[in-house]
Design a protein. Structure first.
Length: 88
């Protein structure tokens, strides 16, 4: 009889540990997904003017490039460098 109770206690302990592991897995997974969703990057189309000198003649050409970032200050920095950026 004592051996049966010991087995029951072990099974209850195993069940408790297993359920806590699953709960921790769910919490960690939820935090991971939340972190990914909050740090999603936004893509921009950034345009700037480039001067091209050829044969003593200087021409200006507009160049557009795609730029993706999750950090708004990076867009501010590009615009301070002379780019015009708009979200796509």
């Amino acid at each position: 009889m004592g051996e049966i109770r010991q087995n029951e206690k072990l099974m209850a302990l195993f069940s408790l540990i297993h359920s806590k592991k699953n709960t921790m897995k769910k919490i960690v997974l939820s935090l991971f997904v939340a972190g990914i969703l909050t740090s999603c990057s936004t893509c921009y189309e950034c345009t700037h003017v480039v001067e091209i000198e050829q044969g003593g003649v200087v021409t200006e050409q507009e160049v557009t490039e795609d730029f993706c970032t999750a950090l708004p200050y990076e867009i501010d920095q590009k615009e301070q460098e002379g780019y015009f950026c708009s979200a796509v």
